[in-house]
Design a protein around this ligand. Structure first.
Ligand SMILES: *[C@@H]1O[C@H](CO)[C@@H](O)[C@H](O)[C@H]1NC(C)=O
Ligand SMILES: *[C@@H]1O[C@H](CO)[C@@H](O)[C@H](O)[C@H]1NC(C)=O
Ligand SMILES: *[C@@H]1O[C@H](CO)[C@@H](O)[C@H](O)[C@H]1NC(C)=O
Ligand SMILES: *[C@@H]1O[C@H](CO)[C@@H](O)[C@H](O)[C@H]1NC(C)=O
Ligand SMILES: *[C@@H]1O[C@H](CO)[C@@H](O)[C@H](O)[C@H]1NC(C)=O
Ligand SMILES: *[C@@H]1O[C@H](CO)[C@@H](O)[C@H](O)[C@H]1NC(C)=O
Ligand SMILES: *[C@@H]1O[C@H](CO)[C@@H](O)[C@H](O)[C@H]1NC(C)=O
Ligand SMILES: *[C@@H]1O[C@H](CO)[C@@H](O)[C@H](O)[C@H]1NC(C)=O
Ligand SMILES: *[C@@H]1O[C@H](CO)[C@@H](O)[C@H](O)[C@H]1NC(C)=O
Length: 542
């Protein structure tokens, strides 16, 4: 008799609930992402608190600071010049790129070397028209720099108004060389002192060094520091000493996977960089030969480049303008959502769990280097119940090599609700009204993908005897193989086709126990079965 009852029970629980399921797909299109933060082409700091008329998309401004403006004695600092720049750039919804220098060729050295360091400091001649530069192997000067870097770290590490901090300090423009008088540049041990001061003082703000092969006594790959190519599009690849080739030589060609690459487009090549034929166009204005822009971006994995010409008047016009915007967008990250699904996972009476699954990849050429978060909001348009927010962080490891990841959010909603889901990316490092716009066709520049509303009905019911049978077979096979297996669920769990307990505990024999009294949601179509079930439960326990 018991055998007969068991078969009847199995028949009855072959009815399970199938929930609503929605499925949206998106086409890749980066054309709405030109203003995305922390990437692209960059102008110099405007030099004012107001927003001038600028006819080119951008999200950052870069500014140099002479050491003298920041330090008036061995322990006396004045950061008001940095504060002003950060306040003004952030008020325009821009990040600042910061660099401190001690010698700026063409400018009087006394304007950048602090007065208290001047007397007794040995000075050398730079190239023609470049003026003087200081002895970068002077321990008193290096000590003052280290003290200043530590104070800057205390004041600014993690300041979200700073996009990237270029190490600077040593060499012409803080660019880690004294060419053409190269023999007087800082030795490795002095370089190391500056690098150590930066890496121990800045843990959150992203740092960048000028040369892959000028890193003191450090192996560049051991440093949490990116690099900047300040002769981009001219000295980026080709000869062995060039930026990309050097990264290969020192084994740091994968540094971009965790640390940002930036730089400055070679100024002579700026006006012709986005001509239909840059080699021809540049040939008529400079003796320098341009490289291929996409190749420069792809080899270096550039996130941003300074290019002040784009922001000048008239700057790029016509097709050059469009190619320049394209050349800006192709740098850095580009988040592509290929699919969003909304699937009902569980249902019991008034409460349903919807799973929003977002398939997203970074289709760009570099990660977003600061913390990144994917968010979902659910608004019930029929009730005044509070909006539900959920978020998942997107690590850099999920942003490499164009690989897609699925991010799932389980959200409880109510029966008879009409739910509007929306999704967006955020970061604690965004300033002002910045938004990370998805690279999808028809993207909203608010950065938000608002899904069509989803209606939540009462708990539905479908038959799935086939899936239940294969589920049992699979569980049984696993049990036979000696895998300890236990499963339990509530009766509204659509992932469990048998709405049951299944346990396998022994290695040699297989035991399947199904709870004979599954609790099922009230549903008229199930009522008959339920009565039969209760009846059978009573019988079988006798
Ligand atoms: C969504 O639709 C696509 C294409 O129509 C299909 O391949 C995919 O299996 C669907 N996904 C879900 C979860 O329904
Ligand atoms: C640089 O400035 C100092 C101090 O103002 C001045 O004495 C010197 O003549 C200047 N040098 C040049 C080359 O202008
Ligand atoms: C280093 O510079 C300081 C001034 O900043 C000077 O007093 C000192 O003599 C210099 N040392 C050497 C070795 O040149
Ligand atoms: C380098 O500096 C030294 C010292 O000022 C000077 O004698 C020499 O001419 C400079 N060399 C070049 C190539 O400028
Ligand atoms: C530098 O790298 C580029 C790009 O990979 C390559 O074409 C070129 O041959 C390299 N140069 C040298 C000297 O290896
Ligand atoms: C840039 O232009 C190329 C060639 O037209 C195109 O394939 C690419 O998708 C564009 N990239 C962006 C980021 O717009
Ligand atoms: C963009 O998104 C915002 C916020 O979700 C919405 O108010 C606006 O209507 C959307 N614009 C377009 C063009 O879809
Ligand atoms: C049985 O094991 C396979 C492989 O580990 C797994 O994919 C499957 O989900 C298991 N079946 C059940 C019912 O747990
Ligand atoms: C639904 O059932 C599956 C398979 O038994 C189980 O892995 C999952 O944890 C259950 N989910 C809930 C929300 O109970």
């Amino acid at each position: 008799m018991v055998v007969v009852y068991t078969l009847l029970i199995l028949f009855l629980i072959e009815s399970v609930f199938g929930g609503v399921s929605y499925n949206w797909t998106y086409t890749y299109d980066a054309s709405s992402t030109a203003w995305n933060p922390l990437k692209g082409l960059v102008p110099y700091y405007y030099g004012t608190a107001s927003q001038p008329q600028v006819n080119f998309p951008h999200s950052m401004e870069n500014q140099y600071f002479p050491m003298k403006n920041l330090m008036s004695g061995p322990n006396s600092f004045d950061f008001s010049s940095i504060d002003t720049v950060l306040r003004n750039t952030a008020s325009r919804n821009h990040h600042a790129i910061v660099r401190v220098y001690v010698d700026y060729p063409g400018k009087n050295l006394s304007l950048s070397v602090p007065d208290f360091l001047w007397n007794g400091l040995t000075l050398y001649s730079g190239g023609s028209g470049q003026g003087l530069f200081p002895d970068y192997n002077n321990q008193t000067l290096i000590n003052a720099m280290v003290t200043l870097i530590q104070a800057l770290g205390r004041a600014y590490d993690g300041d979200i108004r700073i996009g990237f901090w270029q190490v600077g300090f040593l060499g012409h423009w803080g660019e880690w060389h004294t060419s053409p008088n190269s023999s007087y540049f800082a030795s490795s041990s002095y370089q190391s002192q500056i690098i150590a001061a930066f890496t121990s003082s800045f843990a959150r703000t992203k740092l960048q060094l000028r040369y892959f092969a000028v890193t003191g006594n450090y192996n560049p790959t051991s440093l949490n520091v990116g690099f900047h190519d300040d002769s981009f599009f001219q000295d980026t690849y080709g000869a062995s000493w060039m930026f990309y080739n050097t990264s290969v030589t020192v084994g740091a060609m994968n540094q971009w996977r965790s640390q940002p690459i930036g730089g400055e487009v070679r100024p002579e090549l700026m006006p012709c960089a986005f001509a239909s034929n840059p080699v021809t166009a540049c040939g008529s204005i400079t003796a320098l030969t341009p490289l291929d822009w996409p190749t420069c971006v792809q080899l270096t994995h550039s996130t941003y480049q300074w290019l002040f010409y784009a922001f000048s008047t008239p700057g790029y016009t016509g097709s050059d303008y469009n190619r320049a915007v394209n050349g800006s967008i192709m740098q850095g990250y580009s988040f592509y959502v290929s699919r969003i699904t909304a699937t009902e996972m569980t249902c019991s009476g008034l409460s349903h769990v919807m799973r929003i699954a977002i398939t997203m990849s970074n289709a760009g050429i570099a990660p977003f280097y600061y913390p990144l978060i994917l968010n979902v909001k659910a608004v019930d348009t029929t009730s005044s119940s509070p909006d539900v927010y959920k978020s998942i962080s997107v690590p850099i490891s999920n942003q490499l090599d164009q690989i897609s990841f699925v991010y799932s959010f389980d959200i409880a909603v109510q029966t008879n609700g009409v739910i509007q889901f929306s999704i967006w990316l955020s970061s604690p490092n965004l300033v002002g009204s910045q938004a990370i716009v998805f690279a999808v066709s028809g993207a909203n520049t608010s950065g938000i993908i608002q899904l069509p509303t989803v209606s939540i009905g009462s708990c539905a019911m479908v038959s799935s005897s086939a899936s239940c049978t294969s589920y049992m077979a699979s569980a049984q096979a696993n049990g036979t193989q000696g895998t300890s297996y236990a499963s339990s669920s509530n009766s509204g769990n659509f992932s469990d086709p048998c709405l049951s307990f299944v346990t396998f505990t022994t290695t040699t024999s297989t035991t399947a126990t199904k709870n004979n009294c599954p609790s099922v949601p009230m549903n008229t179509m199930m009522l008959m079965n339920l009565f039969a079930l209760i009846f059978l439960c009573i019988i079988s326990t006798i």
